[in-house]
Design a protein around this ligand. Structure first.
Ligand code: ADP
Ligand code: MG
Length: 283
């Protein structure tokens, strides 16, 4: 296919929703793979101690592997933990190991605790450019909580991407996430804003999915990508083969939707003009 436009500077997106099982990890790895397939240079940062994004990308993440834990707690440069993703040109991953669960507590007493990831990513961007060319996207996969790990991701990013599962109670808890984003914007990171909503596990046969989609669109307007990701067995099978759905079954509805969603994302014109420019402080 045609290559996507490169943003004028790296776009850093935090994929967050404190609800578990809404498609954060699935969307992070498949959107990242879809962006990379379309000619962009993409880094996935796994910030969930479960390491599901690392698993889905077939990136080793046992206890001995240098991981994002070492970056946050030991101050290790990000470049020392980032690895290329097999079978995916232009896709990179900073893995998470189980010890990251402890980081949530260990960070509490550290200086500038909310800024660790931002500092590491800022330093990495230049290093990546020297070695592999300009980095276009950084996607951060968050744990299902609003603790210090997610806070680090929100301080690091310009944009928040919220996956919403088209199911009962889809909007439940969203208020708390939006308030947290608002607080971070006010206190820690004025450029942060919710730029993108992605509807996931959409089942076109049910009225419920259509109703949820309509409710989300009426609330978030243009920020909701037109492409909804369908519920599909191929999407849920791919990680057990250590593959993204983009390589596992490139012709499947799931893969095609993630490609289309990636196109929409890359062509978004953000507040302030241009791709990935700073936006006014509204979440
Ligand atoms: P989160 O990271 O928010 O906890 P996941 O991405 O791990 O959510 O998804 C939760 C579960 O739903 C996983 O088992 C995943 O395979 C499955 N899943 C996600 N998206 C889809 C989809 N489009 N179709 C079918 N299953 C999906
Ligand atoms: Mg997850």
């Amino acid at each position: 296919g045609e290559d996507l436009p490169k943003p004028p500077r790296p776009r850093v997106l935090t994929v967050a929703n404190q609800k578990g099982g809404v498609g954060k990890t699935t969307s992070t790895v498949n959107l990242a793979a879809a962006l990379a397939l379309q000619g962009l240079e993409v880094l996935v940062i796994d910030l969930d101690p479960q390491g599901n994004a690392s698993t889905a990308l077939s990136v080793e993440h046992h206890a001995e592997i240098p991981s994002i834990y070492d970056v946050l707690i030991e101050g290790r440069p990000l470049v020392e933990v980032v690895v290329p993703v097999v079978d995916h040109d232009g896709l990179w991953c900073a893995p998470a190991t189980l010890d990251l669960a402890g980081a949530e507590i260990e960070l509490v007493s550290s200086v500038a605790r909310e800024h660790k990831l931002r500092k590491a990513v800022a330093a990495y961007i230049g290093v990546h450019e020297q070695a592999h060319g300009r980095l276009d996207y950084v996607l951060i996969d968050c744990p299902p909580s609003l603790g210090l790990l997610t806070l680090n991701a929100l301080v690091c990013a310009d944009e928040v991407l919220i996956p919403i599962q088209c199911e009962y109670y889809a909007l439940e808890g969203l208020g708390q996430l939006l308030r947290t984003v608002g607080l971070v914007t006010e206190e820690l990171n004025p450029t942060l804003h919710v730029s993108t909503i992605l509807l996931t596990m959409y089942d076109a046969r049910t009225r419920l999915a259509a109703q949820v989609a309509e409710e989300v669109r009426s609330h978030f307007g243009e920020r909701v990508l037109r492409t909804a990701i369908p519920r599909s067995v191929r999407v849920s099978e791919a990680p057990s083969y250590g593959q993204t759905v983009m390589t596992y079954d490139p012709g499947s509805s799931g893969a095609l939707s993630y490609l289309e969603a990636a196109r929409e994302l890359a062509r978004q014109v953000l507040p302030g003009g241009g791709y990935g420019s700073p936006a006014p402080a509204s979440a």
